[in-house]
Design a binder for this molecule. Structure first.
Ligand SMILES: Cc1cc2nc3c(=O)[nH]c(=O)nc-3n(C[C@H](O)[C@H](O)[C@H](O)COP(=O)(O)OP(=O)(O)OC[C@H]3O[C@@H](n4cnc5c(N)ncnc54)[C@H](O)[C@@H]3O)c2cc1C
Length: 414
């Protein structure tokens, strides 16, 4: 049998690992495996990374990883806003609810960076490793199974591509591994959906992230250079009822939430401007089967609360590379190690989803169902606002997460 050298794809150009999906989970896993000397190909169905209305929050836990990889400085050269505290507007006033500035980590703030910028960055960094390749506009239509083992993928044009060791499903919450019934999903539900749209941002100062909670209305603004990426929460399944109220109604709702915004009749004119995100919280029962491992949203769809999805996907990628990269680099079988990845990442996923579900049910579900005006902020919000020390707790939970990963996979090129 021919032994492949570092970055050498072998006679038939066979990759050791195929990754379905070039989101944060797939790109980071591809980068780390290639860095460890594994030949890996990421297959992404879109022609570019430019997809609006996706996660924008790169947390300290992710930047810690970039720091360990020696990439943080280059990352921070890309356009971003910094956020080291969180405030929310409830019952007509702003409340301070989180503080990240005291975290003992390389970058104690949230970098607000459009996801396409982050993915472009990962692609450029991964390109330094010869074993890495990325195929854009390459939708995967199916998985190839042989003797109860997944051995490759079937592309949209009907051709097959094989992986000598592993296929990773990093294709998000509508993953093929789910739709083909290869891995079973457990769903936990959510009381809300979200309309995303853009609003003009006329001044660059102030917070890059703003939130407002009033009766039956929750709005979040995420600052981009010339516009606000805006999330307007609606009760689950009420997209059509909300659309039917008209754009003027929606404009005035947002204006009431943020009186300082300059919303003339020229903005938010057409229902076409509204992008619906159906919120889901779920998790696979088993994240793997022989030859196949699911990570990121494919393994666990997260609620948008806390902006944790990207960061959890990155942590999954690091854990997977820590556990699998050495045996993969030796061309050793890894099927028996796949459960270790799930075991490692299940606890943080469970705990974060439990916190999100509690927030959804206790706060969001109630606010969206509330008839009368909200006259008081909840006790926890008042306590956080009053006590600076207490604000470090949510800052730590959101910024660094639980069981944070450290890069232990090797760099085969130093
Ligand atoms: C509107 C919105 C706002 C969000 N806001 C935040 C936020 O502020 N902060 C945060 O941390 N998270 C946020 N999230 C969640 C975050 O975007 C996801 O948790 C994160 O992107 C998950 O990464 P992933 O790589 O696992 O999956 P994804 O990012 O979903 O990436 C999957 C990739 O696979 C590709 N793909 C899918 N099917 C195929 C196929 N068959 N063949 C080839 N390629 C395929 C997709 O095109 C995509 O590029 C938000 C999500 C949405 C939808």
């Amino acid at each position: 049998m021919t032994s492949l050298g570092v970055g050498d794809r072998g006679p038939a150009g066979l990759n050791q690992v195929l990754i379905v999906g070039g989101g944060p989970a797939g790109m980071m896993t591809g980068l780390l495996l290639a860095r460890a000397g594994v030949t890996v190909k990421v297959l992404e169905k879109h022609a570019d990374f430019f997809r609006d209305f996706r996660g924008d929050t790169v947390h300290p836990s992710t930047m810690e990883i970039l720091d360990q990889l020696g990439m943080l400085e280059r990352f921070l050269r890309r356009p971003h806003d910094r956020l080291d505290s969180a405030r929310i507007r409830i019952a007509g006033r702003e409340w301070a609810i989180g503080d990240l500035s005291h975290l003992d980590t390389a970058a104690p703030f949230i970098a607000m960076m459009p996801q396409w910028e982050f993915l472009d960055f990962l692609r450029d960094e991964a390109a330094a490793f010869p074993g890495f390749s990325l195929a854009m506009e390459q939708p995967v239509a199916g998985l190839v199974e042989e003797g109860k083992r997944i051995v490759g993928v079937r592309l949209a044009d009907g051709t097959e591509e094989r992986a000598s060791q592993l296929v990773i499903a990093a294709d998000g919450r509508a993953s093929l591994a789910r739709s083909l019934g290869l891995l079973t999903v457990e769903t936990f539900g959510a009381p809300m959906d979200v309309f995303w749209f853009r609003l003009p941002r006329t001044s660059q100062g102030g917070d890059a992230l703003r939130g407002s909670i009033e009766n039956k209305r929750m709005v979040v603004l995420i600052g981009r250079d010339t516009y606000w990426q805006t999330a307007y929460l609606i009760p689950k399944g009420e997209a059509e009822t909300t659309r039917a109220r008209g754009m003027g109604w929606l404009r005035s709702e947002v204006q009431k939430a943020f009186p300082d915004l300059d919303l003339s009749n020229d903005v938010l004119k057409s229902p076409e401007e509204l992008h619906l995100l159906t919120v889901a919280v779920d998790r696979l029962v088993e994240w793997h089967r022989p030859g196949l491992l699911a990570i990121g949203d494919a393994a666990h769809a997260m609620s948008p609360i806390g902006g944790i999805g990207i960061n959890l996907a990155i942590q999954d990628a690091v854990a997977a590379a820590n556990i699998l990269s050495r045996p993969l680099a030796r061309k050793a079988p890894v099927d028996h190690l796949l459960d270790k990845v799930q075991e490692r990442r299940l606890l943080p996923t469970r705990m974060i989803q439990a916190a999100q579900i509690a927030a959804q049910n206790r706060v969001i579900g109630r606010v969206l169902g509330e008839e009368g005006p909200i006259v008081r902020a909840p006790l926890i919000v008042r306590l956080l606002d009053r006590c600076a020390l207490l604000r470090r707790i949510p800052g730590r939970f959101i910024g660094l997460g639980i069981r944070r990963e450290r890069v232990r996979s090797p760099n085969a090129f130093v």
